[in-house]
Design a protein. Structure first.
Length: 325
């Protein structure tokens, strides 16, 4: 059997590559009919993700524990899967004020592969190992290999190399019994079924990957104290919209008048979490910074140590009052 024949035989076994004869005439349907079919397909994805929540939660607990020790979260994939990882990593600094080096997205073929396919890059496990070597991956880090098929050499190579270095490993795929899941400590297999367009895994598989990565990064950041309730208190105010959002978050958390919010933000160089602590904890800017450093950035813990701790009930009531204005 030739290499091509062997690969074709392998693809024939993958759910994500399956042909759907009932859709063979889809190009003859009206635009509205096609959109309805595609929308109905997409609606099945969240249920498939729900079936993996226990595995995802276990992975998040491991990731958060390592990141609390200074470790990094690294996504590694090729094509659409790699792009999803890069996208999620790039959204963490503005959303959670993380150092760009703490959550990293690797795509087979390098940054240029974000917009243009790099021939053969996904077929190289060695390339993945080289990319992880360049990052100096170690025991406190986590590497998540992402591959719709679960057979992509780059993703598997990243997981195998990371595991050999003592890092926590997660394999995210959209086929059951995948080699990627088998290679990782935590195997997440979101089986979304055959695609609307045969083998086009940027569709349901890509949507599933985005949902899972949203879960992983968001819940990890909650565990790391990057939020206060459901408020993004570590948001980085890099533009006027985010500066307005920062003021609104402080208002929702404290119920304080605008003048007090502006003064608190000025006293803390615009840091939302610190400003909330100034208002609710009755401390000045430097004291807020010290309390947050001592509590590893967890606002609730810092409030508990502040001289004038505001009860959780009061903060909740203030948020409700502000939201009803």
């Amino acid at each position: 059997m030739t290499a091509y024949a062997a690969l074709r035989a392998q693809l024939d076994t993958l759910t994500t590559e399956a042909f759907r004869p009932e859709l063979a005439e889809i190009d003859r349907l009206s635009t509205l009919e096609i959109t309805r079919i595609m929308n109905a397909e997409d609606a099945t994805v969240p249920a498939a993700v729900a079936g993996q929540l226990e595995v995802i939660a276990a992975a998040v607990d491991g990731i958060a524990a390592r990141m609390a020790r200074g470790g990094r979260l690294v996504y590694a994939g090729a094509g659409t899967a790699g792009r999803m990882g890069v996208l999620d990593a790039s959204e963490c600094p503005p959303t959670f004020n993380t150092d760009p080096a703490r959550v990293v997205g690797l795509i087979a073929g390098g940054p240029s592969a974000m917009v243009k396919a790099v021939e053969g890059a996904e077929d190289s496990a060695e390339l993945a190992a080289e990319d992880l070597t360049a990052l100096g991956i170690g025991p406190d880090d986590t590497v998540i290999g992402i591959s719709a098929s679960g057979r992509t050499p780059y993703a598997i190579g990243a997981v195998e190399s990371a595991r050999a270095r003592g890092a926590l490993t997660v394999g995210l795929s959209c086929n059951a019994g995948s080699a990627l899941a088998a290679a990782a400590e935590h195997g997440i297999e979101v089986v979304v079924g055959p695609e609307l367009l045969t083998g086009s895994t940027r569709l349901k598989a890509g949507t599933a990957q985005k949902l899972v990565l949203n879960l992983i990064s968001t819940v990890t950041m909650i565990r790391l104290g990057k939020t206060y309730g459901n408020l993004m208190v570590d948001v980085r105010a890099s533009n006027e919209k985010l500066r307005a959002r920062s003021r609104r978050i402080v208002a929702l958390a404290t119920g304080a008048p605008d003048e007090e919010i502006e003064a608190a933000l000025a006293a803390t160089d615009g840091e939302v979490k610190n400003a909330i602590l100034v208002i609710l904890g009755g401390v000045d800017g430097p004291a807020a910074a010290r309390l947050l450093t001592a509590s590893d950035g967890h606002l609730r813990a810092a409030l508990a140590e502040a001289p004038t701790e505001a009860p959780a009930e009061a903060a909740t009531e203030a948020s409700a009052a502000t939201g009803s204005r």
